[in-house]
Design a protein around this ligand. Structure first.
Ligand SMILES: Cc1cc2nc3c(=O)[nH]c(=O)nc-3n(C[C@H](O)[C@H](O)[C@H](O)COP(=O)(O)OP(=O)(O)OC[C@H]3O[C@@H](n4cnc5c(N)ncnc54)[C@H](O)[C@@H]3O)c2cc1C
Length: 398
């Protein structure tokens, strides 16, 4: 059987947030772009994310506005424009879970911390919430701590994916999970990608946004660079055993005495409408390698410590081990910004945050436009389209 020949201006490999955002932008700009997915759309880190459109406040809790917090600080406004239907991509149909991620400290914050939060640098991003304006469960008089509101919305990621897929779905190609890739080159320019025995795809530019999969795709070119790092997490999920007595919705970082949130809670609905708490932050970082039952035991205790005034229903628990895939850093630290590395007509990308997808797309578009790419006319022949993965809330508790 001979391979089906496809021609296009640009090939993007991997349909997580990075690939979907870039695919949408490039097709809108008039290029013909094919997006390849070898599993289900969003199945990697994207559907494991908490959907927080970070503005960097979380990274400033040590009292320092680092480079990371400056680069990312422009992202919430950019996303908000899209969510209002005014930005570079129309995301007006995306479900916003909350306008503002919160940050609470059970005890009073130290005066040093309070003055930092009130400082000019942070005032626009983080505001003290007065007692009368606090949402449940922080409106309970038994809560004696401090509550801050961040300028960071939280999005329902499945609805975000639907919105990004819809306009250009006919240019998304499902490739077999086990197909190997071969690259036909002329000097440092790639001319074609052979996908197993199924497809030959000729293009002028090739972009990798395959998350953790970038590593093996790079290897398929007999290359080692750019190198990737994995930063693992063991996230936790819990929900009430009685859907008629659900958990309250919380979107908040819990702050202790350290500069990293002890836990970050986001709330999501499973398909029965029950509220699922998704727990990240320090507990998920420290939970790596622990037996799920042991970590769940620790999380049960933690919830009673950070939310002592909240009466929790009987809970069902699950854990979710997942890797963050990023460009390698010298000390395996968190990268500061979205990453694009170009060699010839190959561009390797890691957004490093869902929130940074618009920035990643800017960088990748600028890299391929520098090459003088001209849009051509191409056909959209019949080929299989990838499905969207189920949400984590509906697959974690099996
Ligand atoms: C637990 C967790 C919580 C997070 N929470 C947040 C948050 O609240 N806010 C935030 O801003 N960021 C968050 N992040 C980070 C964010 O989720 C990631 O930076 C982002 O989703 C990465 O997107 P991506 O498109 O690069 O990769 P992925 O989402 O991993 O997508 C890669 C895609 O490529 C496909 N693929 C792999 N190999 C191949 C191949 N050979 N051929 C074709 N396709 C391939 C995969 O199937 C997958 O669909 C979180 C990350 C984790 C792990």
């Amino acid at each position: 059987m001979s391979r089906q020949l496809l021609t296009t201006d640009v090939v993007i490999v991997g349909a997580g947030i990075a690939g979907l955002w870039l695919h949408h932008r490039l097709n809108d700009l008039g290029y013909h772009v094919l997006l390849l997915e070898n599993g289900e759309i969003g199945q990697g880190q994207t559907l494991s994310s908490q959907g927080i459109i970070h503005g960097g406040s979380k990274y400033a809790l040590n009292g320092i506005l680092s480079k990371a917090s400056q680069v990312i600080s422009t992202m919430p406004a950019r996303w908000k424009a899209c969510l209002d239907g005014q930005g570079e991509i129309d995301l007006s149909s995306v479900k916003k879970l909350t306008e503002h991620q919160l940050l609470w400290s059970q005890d009073r914050l130290s005066s040093k911390m309070v003055s930092f939060f009130a400082s000019k640098a942070l005032r626009s991003r983080m505001q003290f919430v007065e007692k009368k304006q606090r949402p449940a469960p922080f409106s309970d008089p038994a809560f004696k701590g401090a509550l801050y509101q961040l300028d960071e919305p939280v999005l329902d990621v499945p609805s975000l994916l639907e919105s990004l897929i819809k306009p250009w779905q006919e240019r998304m190609l499902a490739v077999p999970a086990d197909a190997d890739y071969q690259w036909l080159k002329n000097g440092d320019q790639i001319e074609s990608l052979l996908v197993g025995q199924q497809f030959e795809i000729k293009a002028k530019q090739f972009i990798l946004t395959a998350g953790e999969g970038n590593e093996s795709v790079i290897k398929s070119m007999q290359q080692e660079q750019p190198a990737m790092q994995r930063r693992p997490l063991q996230m936790l999920l819990c929900k009430s055993r009685d859907a008629n007595n659900p958990l309250p919705t919380i979107y908040a970082h819990s702050l202790g005495s350290g500069s990293k949130p002890i836990a970050t809670i986001s709330s999501h609905q499973d398909k029965t409408g029950n509220v699922v708490w998704y727990l990240g932050g320090n507990i998920a970082e420290q939970g790596v390698g622990k037996a799920p039952e042991a970590l769940i035991g620790e999380a049960r205790v933690l919830l009673t410590e950070i939310l002592p005034w909240v009466e929790l229903p009987e809970l069902e628990w699950a854990t979710h081990p997942v890797n963050r895939a990023e460009p390698q850093q010298s000390n395996r630290s968190r990268p500061d910004s979205a990453f694009v590395s170009s060699q010839g007509n190959l561009h390797v990308c890691w957004p490093t945050k869902l929130a940074l997808a618009p920035d990643l797309a800017d960088q990748a578009i600028s890299a391929i436009e520098k090459s003088g790419l001209v849009a051509d006319t191409h056909q959209n022949p019949d080929f299989p389209h990838p499905q969207v993965a189920a949400s984590l809330w509906d697959r974690a508790f099996s």
